[in-house]
Design a protein around this ligand. Structure first.
Ligand code: NAD
Length: 400
């Protein structure tokens, strides 16, 4: 029997607890250490493991440096607050531990460079667990794009639009990191759910790269309004001011001329959407209406009728363009967790580790995608001025 990979989990909030359950289910993987600032969150995790008759981790701590140093840990999985991601990832790589990191934006360009340099010095496997890159729709579109369905792509949109007002405002009660970030920063703070898939569609870091961006922030009124409506008796919150604009619009220019528009909207009422579009010479995709239009399918006079009959037609394309990852997954039986994406992204990490193959979302992708946050912050501070996006690959992006 092959020896099990020994995993230490750092961060056992909502996300960490949910991923722990999946990690416990992965073959040849064993959770040997847990870390969180709050004892009750560690207890919730160990109680779950007890209930499921899973061998309990011997090492539990509130100090992530100790988790990284723990001899019984080969892999560090970082599911903690955003601020801890890059420092902990760097420390783990230096300690020779493989690293899987949940999504977040960075805090500075310097720390993105340090992440890349640490990887290049240590060659320790590291992957960003961007689960949306494993969404069924995102992968079908990737497959279609690679087969030339959309022709020459000029533009893609994506968004993280999610009404998070209660989660943000409840930060003092639920000990959540978003509140302090929304008070102090003003930026595209969560770019990767939509940018990850788009970067893969446009071959970013593999023949193409993102060159510059501009970011614009709307005024900030959503959170204060929400506090007035729902938490008026909380004096501290009533006196809190929020720096974060309600809608952040970022436009990225790529080396081959494509543009990418990212929209962040988390502090006004709305429905959830990652708002993806693909605009090519041969076809158009729109996530909000789940519709694919091929060039020449209707004349302007026919458009209204065509839409009545075809709106929401994306599923029709699954039969021909379902991605092989999803085909295999359907055959093996879909697991829970954001429509299956969580299971797929975790398995992609452990498979690459086991087979010693390159990580599907590597340190260059991670640094490039996370860098959008401090770059957008800088652009907003300078009145939406264009800012350069560093080439973290140092030219390797030219090689496909
Ligand atoms: N991919 C997805 O779909 C998805 C969904 C939700 C959250 N996330 C990501 O997961 C991460 C965690 O999010 P969450 O909602 O679970 O947050 P959370 O606040 O509920 O949990 C974070 C946990 O990390 C712990 N922590 C933070 N800093 C620590 C430190 N220095 N030492 C020890 N423990 C520390 C906190 O105590 C907390 O329990 C974030 O990066 C978030 O962006 C991803």
């Amino acid at each position: 029997m092959t020896e099990k990979v020994k995993v230490g989990i750092f961060g056992l909030g909502l996300r960490g607890f949910s991923l722990l359950k999946h990690v416990c289910d992965i073959e040849n993987v064993k959770v040997t250490a847990l870390c969180d600032l709050y004892e009750e969150r560690i207890e919730r995790a160990t109680n779950y493991m007890k209930e499921k008759n899973i061998e309990l981790p011997k090492f539990c701590t509130d100090d992530y440096h100790k988790l990284i140093a723990c001899e019984d840990v080969d892999v560090v999985m970082i599911f903690a607050a955003w601020e801890a991601h890059i420092p902990a990832a760097i420390e783990a790589m230096r300690a020779g531990k493989s690293v899987a990191v949940e999504v977040a934006g960075a805090y500075s360009i310097d720390q993105c460079w340090e992440l890349v340099k640490t990887y290049e010095e240590t060659k320790t496997p590291i992957m960003m667990l961007e689960n949306c890159c494993y969404g069924r729709r995102e992968l079908m579109l990737l497959n279609m794009i690679k087969q030339g369905f959309f022709g020459n792509i000029a533009h893609c949109d994506g968004s993280y639009c999610h009404d998070l007002r209660e989660e943000i405002i409840g930060g003092n009660v639920n000990k959540h990191y978003r509140l302090r970030n929304y008070m102090n920063r003003n930026c595209e703070n969560y770019p990767t759910h939509e940018l990850g898939p788009i970067a893969q569609w446009l071959n970013i870091n593999h023949g193409n790269r993102m060159v510059s961006l501009t970011s614009t922030a709307s005024k900030s009124v959503g959170l204060h309004d929400y506090v007035k409506k729902h938490h008026a008796d909380d004096e501290e919150l009533m006196n809190t001011s929020f720096n974060q604009g309600d809608i952040i619009t970022t436009v990225i220019k790529c080396a081959h001329g494509e543009t990418i528009k990212l929209t962040l909207g988390t502090t006004l009422p709305r429905f959830y959407s990652r708002g993806l579009t693909v605009c090519g010479t041969d076809a158009f995709f729109d996530e909000n209406t789940k519709t694919i239009v091929r060039d020449g399918e209707f004349t302007p006079e026919e458009e209204e009728n065509w839409l009545k009959e075809n709106i929401g037609n994306e599923e029709k394309y699954l039969e021909e363009y379902e991605h092989p990852i999803w085909k295999k997954y359907q055959e093996e039986g879909v697991r829970e967790g954001h429509g299956g994406m969580d299971w797929l992204v975790l398995n992609a990490f452990f498979d690459a580790l086991k087979e010693n193959t390159p990580m599907p979302i590597d340190v260059y992708d991670m640094a490039t995608w996370m860098a959008i946050t401090p770059l957008s912050e800088r652009s907003i501070q300078m009145g939406s001025s264009p800012v350069e996006i560093p080439d973290f690959t140092n030219g390797k992006w030219c090689v496909k």
